[in-house]
Write a protein that binds this ligand. Structure first.
Ligand SMILES: Nc1ncnc2c1ncn2[C@@H]1O[C@H](COP(=O)(O)OP(=O)(O)OP(=O)(O)O)[C@@H](O)[C@H]1O
Length: 744
């Protein structure tokens, strides 16, 4: 089944009432019977006389209420959830378009969003199921809630002060699921309890005011609701995952400061990877780059099974024109993704006992299967479904191995579900049919202590029965794996598969390797490049270069970019040209890699300017815009700096010769004494020395030292790298540097 994509156009906000509405909903002739439009229409940004239309499953207009959206899109999925299907609902759209409003909503009853309504529906159904079964079925609801902030996972049920710098690790379990290690799993029996937990957890979520949204979410938030239905014989687990994605941001419009820019860069990067994953899935590529961001790895769109609903949030005004088009294009591609609709098999309780507490890594278990062409995964799952349709019972899972789970918080220690597609682990200990297992399998005791597992039937010992069952299961798994391979194998040669596995492992290793900022720079560079932000891309590639010494491809990429920027700049009229409202590409010398075009004029008439090397921003207030696109930046005439008496100035030094500027960070011997001293202090990692720097308080010093520790043995080589540290920006670097007294 493909991902169901619905669009929702938010109403005009107070400050937009006089603005032009350009996004409209339209009905086709088929829609008139259904009542909901399915087309979004938006003008071509180049000419208003032309327009683009995008078709989705439904389109909700500005007046649509929370209730209407929930009743039509989410409510019908609740019964499937109780039938054992997983459900993923996610809100996508650029910043300020109403994702959080849609998912969480407001406080009044009418304003409640998808999540509280879903929980309300789940509790209602729990009661119904228990009542209908006259108490024979018990339903338990547990919650996990986490955010992915700057590509780090944090438990939202834990207060921020308990967070570790690196966040919670994520791992692939043996069953092909992506799990977050160490999440709190909260039992939650009533809606009231849920509201308290959810409200409290939302206080822990990272939000900030930006120019485009006063309460902008700076993280992707994932709420997992696990429903466990237990009868005397079976245990069935299903999950609803509700994901409020952070919004993509065009930093030309946000006026974001350094910290917001770092967040924004992480948000945009993960969304960019998500788009790449969607493209790769659509092109049926064998490798889907899930691992390039934690969000995509956890979301694993197209590899999770069950039902998936994506709500695309759109703002109606012209200010969002290009962003809206980008979102519409992305959503159009997403709707083509096929998701295997696989029901979670019940676990038969005969001879089983719950595993010892496991939930500490039970979190975020959105089912993910090994990387393989989607069609294969789909077909393989369908075979399983077909089998069920023919009335065959699934294999009884009498003895289930623990998913290497650690003891943790509590209950619901169920083995994982979704047996639709399984892969044989080549390292798995083969079942031994004749000898009772040397290492006792982890058997399950029934909850009522009658201990059926200990029964001895027909003279067979418990171990012999288990060994036999274990062998049967392994035979079945092997059969299934063979079928799977037969379906998926033709696409990949053994050699290619080996190389892909290799690559996967290397990427995996990199995930935990905090000394790999080079890769981060590369990725960010690619991201900027894809957005047409050449200057920012160039800067990122330059920052990446020292991490890949001798990489000729990177070198030539940098050279090409420099050339392209130079030629574009030369083609532009001068900024002073009165007829030209659009400025030259860059506003920040920090990001301006090309010496001849540097806005030296800022200092030209100020021979006593305090800036003694090239790092100093031309205009301290806008240095952070260096991340912004170079192509449509408005040229701001830099504020003239107050000239201080020359006598108090230190001699002017340049970190390195202008001609070498484009070739990356200056060599140590080219650095000014001040710069060298600053870097020396920073690299001591001594919090007292760092705190003594001008403009650095205890908090900032602590943040800097934390970042340095994260970089393992790597040193901060130049001011650009220093400015990239969390909590530091070009402005702070300049303040630190200028506060130093250096003897010459
Ligand atoms: N359907 C709606 N009805 C009324 N107000 C809405 C609606 N959708 C959004 N809004 C309002 O628009 C503003 C932005 O919405 P919201 O914070 O949900 O956006 P967002 O997409 O989550 O942004 P970000 O990605 O920055 O977190 C809020 O003030 C919200 O109340």
């Amino acid at each position: 089944m493909s991902v169901r994509v619905v669009a929702r156009i938010r109403p005009l906000l107070k400050h937009e009432l006089d603005k032009d509405t350009i996004v409209t909903a339209e009905s086709t002739s088929d829609d008139s019977t259904k009542g909901t439009p399915t087309i979004v229409r938006i003008p071509n940004p180049k000419t208003d006389s032309e327009s683009f239309s995008f078709q989705f499953s439904s389109v909700y207009e500005q007046e649509a209420t929370q209730q209407e959206l929930f009743d039509a899109e989410i409510s019908p999925t609740v019964k499937h959830l109780f039938n054992g299907f997983d459900l993923s609902i996610f809100a996508h759209g650029c910043t300020g378009t109403g994702k959080t409003h849609t998912m969480r909503g407001g406080k009044t009853l009418a304003d409640r969003g998808v999540i509280p309504r879903l929980l309300s529906a789940i509790y209602r159904r729990c009661k119904k199921v228990e009542k209908d079964s006259v108490g024979a079925t018990k339903v338990e609801v547990t919650l996990e809630y986490f955010e992915i902030y700057c590509d780090r996972v944090y438990d939202l049920f834990e207060p921020p002060e308990k967070r570790t710098q690196s966040g919670l690790p994520i791992r692939d379990s043996a069953k092909g699921k992506t799990v977050v290690v160490g999440l709190t799993e909260k039992p939650c029996a009533t809606l009231k309890e849920f509201e308290q937990l959810y409200d409290q957890a939302n206080v822990n979520r990272s939000t900030s005011a930006t120019k485009l949204n006063a309460h902008s979410s700076r993280s992707h938030a994932v709420l997992c609701v696990k429903i466990t239905q237990t009868t005397e014989d079976t245990i069935r687990v299903s999950r609803a995952s509700c994901i409020d994605l952070a919004g993509s941001e065009d930093n030309r419009r946000t006026d974001n400061n350094k910290e917001r820019l770092v967040e924004s860069s992480a948000i945009n990067k993960s969304l960019f990877v998500l788009a790449q994953c969607v493209d790769a899935i659509n092109k049926k590529q064998a490798r889907i780059p899930y691992r390039e961001s934690k969000m995509t790895r956890i979301l694993s769109l197209g590899q999770n099974s069950g039902l998936t609903v994506m709500i695309l949030n759109l703002a109606p005004t012209r200010a969002y024109h290009l962003d809206t088009l980008a979102s519409l294009n992305f959503a159009s591609r997403t709707k083509k993704i096929e998701v295997a609709e696989v029901e979670n098999d019940p676990i038969y309780r005969a001879m089983t006992k719950p595993l010892a507490a496991t939930s500490s890594i039970g979190g975020a278990t959105i089912t993910r299967q090994p990387l393989r062409p989607l069609a294969a995964a789909h077909n393989a799952n369908m075979q399983e479904v077909d089998k069920k349709k023919q009335g065959q019972k699934p294999n009884k899972a009498f003895s289930v191995y623990s998913d290497a789970r650690k003891s943790g918080s509590r209950v619901s220690n169920l083995p994982s579900q979704n047996h639709g597609v399984r892969r044989i682990d080549p390292h798995k200990r083969p079942a031994d049919s004749s000898i009772p297992t040397a290492r006792p399998t982890k058997t399950f005791r029934s909850a009522d202590n009658t201990s059926r597992a200990r029964q001895v039937e027909n003279g067979m010992t418990k171990e012999a029965i288990e060994a036999m069952i274990s062998q049967r299961i392994d035979e079945k798994l092997a059969e299934k794996a063979l079928q799977d391979t037969a379906v998926s194998a033709p696409a990949l040669s053994a050699e290619l598969q080996r190389r892909l596995d290799d690559l996967e492992q290397r990427v995996e290793a990199r995930d935990d390797d905090k000394s790999g900022p080079g890769l981060q720079f590369l990725l960010m560079g690619k991201q900027h490049l894809a957005r047409g932000e050449e200057v920012s891309a160039l800067r990122m590639f330059q920052l990446a270069l020292p991490h890949f010494p001798g990489n000729t491809r990177l070198g030539s990429k940098i050279a090409k970019l420099e050339e392209s920027i130079r030629s574009k700049r030369e083609a532009l009229p001068r900024p002073a040209d009165p007829v030209d409202p659009v400025p030259p590409a860059t506003t920040s010398p920090r990001m301006a890699p090309l010496p001849p075009k540097r806005r030296k004029a800022v200092h030209a008439d100020d021979s006593t300017a305090s800036d003694d090397d090239e790092f100093a921003p031309a205009n301290a207030s806008d240095h952070d815009d260096s991340y912004a696109s170079d192509s449509s930046f408005k040229f701001k005439k830099p504020a003239r700096k107050t000239t201080k008496p020359a006598a108090k100035k230190l001699p002017i030094f340049r970190d390195h010769d202008a001609s070498s500027r484009s070739a990356g960070p200056p060599a140590p011997e080219d650095q000014t004494p001040r710069t060298a001293r600053l870097l020396q202090i920073i690299n001591t990692r001594d919090i007292t020395q760092i705190k003594a720097l001008k403009g650095v308080g205890a908090k900032k010093a602590d943040a800097i030292v934390n970042c340095l520790v994260d970089m393992d043995d790597e040193e901060v080589k130049d001011l650009g790298m220093l400015a990239m540290l969390k909590g530091v920006g070009g402005k702070s670097v300049e303040t630190m540097r200028m506060g130093l007294t250096v003897e010459f």
